[in-house]
Design a protein around this ligand. Structure first.
Ligand code: SF4
Ligand code: SF4
Length: 76
């Protein structure tokens, strides 16, 4: 499975903004503490992400990178 959204979890401060803004509700606050002592936001259901980029735009700590799957281009 291709990952669409990746979190640099050790920079997350658990503010929850990304959770609120995600239109498909795939982001949640995880259980484990990161190195700053916060429970980091994460996504398990990568297929539920539509690569809209809203989470990456709103995150004040630049934790999130969003990717779009490569389009298959017809050849010859
Ligand atoms: S890119 Fe959009 S759909 Fe994907 S996790 Fe972020 S807010 Fe949700
Ligand atoms: S917006 Fe950024 S800092 Fe806030 S919970 Fe999401 S990933 Fe963490």
């Amino acid at each position: 499975m291709e990952e669409r959204v990746i979190f640099s979890k050790d920079y997350c401060k658990s503010c929850g903004l990304c959770v609120r803004v995600c239109p498909t509700n795939v982001i949640f606050i995880g259980k484990d503490l990161n190195t700053l002592g916060y429970r980091a936001a994460t996504v398990e259901n990568q297929d539920g992400c539509i690569s809209c980029g809203k989470c990456a735009q709103i995150c004040p700590d630049l934790v999130i990178s969003v990717y779009r799957p490569e389009r298959k281009v017809a050849t010859n």
